[in-house]
Design a protein around this ligand. Structure first.
Ligand code: ADP
Ligand code: MG
Length: 396
């Protein structure tokens, strides 16, 4: 990781979590697991349209340590600062007649949701500590990494059938029902199935994943966190989803994945201009993602970079989910010699950009962005990492 970023390595996170575990609960944790955040290289706002996405798992992770315990009462503590809320929560295991429901603190809903959607029984009660190096709310999917880490933790206490796709779907369900975010499958999927040295081309309709090698030492994937988050009404994401569903319905398709630009042009008179724009982005973005994966396989980095910039411009102009800070970060990166491409990544309205560049251009790119961006960016130099895993060296 780059010195600019404040991300702790897995070992340091684990040590911190174990210390808190011992202080809070006494004794040693039996189990330690981690699950990564992710960055999406291209294919934004396409997952809930049954489209293609090309993310990679990050070296930034959520670690959970813990043990099973007798009785029905679970205790979970997070080390991560989470919006002035209590960091510890206690709840009873769910039963048929009293399922776990949403409540306070808000962060615990991600944990409870996964417990509720876990795919094996009987789950024992547990006590656990959470530590994370994924920035919260930064668009690198701390939420999915938390869900997948919880699921992976539960697998150690009460093994399920090991079906990884079903695991990702259960975590997505948790986010829908307990966090109230109608997210697509991408984040949970790559946090479960990420592969070191590879990006993952995910077909969100068939749930098929194709690893695409991305381990060229001459390349760097730089993430720049704008450290801004514009809290609009909170309804922007659901409203984009609705607009896409409307567009698909007008086109007579079950999703925009099945639509072509020709279909859209033919139906232009039957929809308002905003609906047209949203569908325009999604249809082209799905095609761009397929092209980008192909370019990456061929090592055609300049082509990949061009597609990243096209994606950004489309998110800015057609999907309208960028913001001035992200636009400045992308523009600044693109001014540097050796940068192939840059774009906003994640849901938008703040959060991060992702930039593909020659490794030898890293220092000057960071310096140039710092000069051009009036805020305080955080940089992460990242490599495609492994999905959720059990951390070795623990007693079980
Ligand atoms: P993103 O997934 O892009 O980071 P979200 O808004 O989807 O942003 O999820 C962020 C939320 O997830 C936080 O506000 C918090 O409720 C929860 N969360 C994620 N990681 C942790 C953690 N380590 N400890 C407590 N809460 C966490
Ligand atoms: Mg999230």
């Amino acid at each position: 990781m780059d010195g600019e970023g404040s991300a702790a390595g897995v070992g340091a996170l684990l040590a911190a979590a174990l210390r808190v575990y011992e202080r809070s609960y006494g004794g040693e944790a039996q189990v330690a697991v981690c699950a990564p955040g992710r960055v999406n290289l291209i294919g934004e706002h396409t997952d809930y349209n049954q489209g293609l996405v090309l993310p990679m798992a990050l070296p930034l992770v959520t670690v959970i340590v813990g043990s099973s315990t007798s009785g029905q009462s679970c205790s979970v503590e997070t080390i991560t600062d989470s919006a002035d809320e209590p960091r510890r929560v206690d709840f009873d295991l769910p039963t048929e007649s009293s399922p776990l429901t949403r409540g306070r603190p808000a962060w615990a809903n991600y944990v409870k949701g996964v417990v509720q959607h876990y795919r094996a029984q009987p789950l024992p009660a547990f006590k656990a500590v959470i530590a994370s190096s994924v920035p919260l709310g930064g668009g690198l999917s701390s939420s999915a990494s938390l869900e997948v880490a919880v699921y992976t933790f539960l697998q150690q206490l009460c093994p399920d059938d090991g079906d990884k796709v079903a695991k990702a779907v259960a975590c997505q369900q948790a986010e829908h029902t307990h966090a109230g975010v109608p997210c697509g499958i991408m984040d949970q999927f790559v946090s479960v199935l990420g592969k070191e040295g590879h990006a993952l081309l995910i077909d969100c309709r068939s749930l098929e994943a194709t690893p695409v090698p991305l381990a060229d030492p001459a390349l760097v994937i730089l993430i720049t966190n704008s450290n801004v988050r514009h809290s609009l009404t909170g309804s922007e994401y659901p409203s984009r989803r609705k607009q896409c569903e409307n567009a698909a319905a007008i086109l007579g398709k079950s999703s925009l994945r099945d639509a072509t630009m020709q279909n859209l042009e033919d139906a232009k008179d039957r929809m308002d201009s905003v609906t047209y724009q949203r569908a325009h982005h999604v249809i082209e973005e799905i095609a761009r993602t397929a092209q980008a994966a192909d370019a990456l396989k061929r090592g055609a980095y300049a082509e990949f970079g061009r597609l990243m910039v096209e994606s950004h411009n489309s998110l800015r102009d057609l999907y309208e989910v960028s913001c001035p800070e992200l636009d400045v970060l992308v523009a600044a990166a693109m001014e540097v010699d050796g940068v192939f491409g840059s774009r906003m990544t994640g849901g938008g309205f703040g959060g991060c950009t992702v930039t593909l560049l020659q490794a030898d251009a890293t220092e000057r790119t960071i310096k140039h962005i710092q000069e051009k961006y009036s805020g305080r960016p955080t940089f992460y130099i990242t490599t495609p990492s492994e999905g959720a895993r059990v951390l070795s060296g623990m007693k079980s």
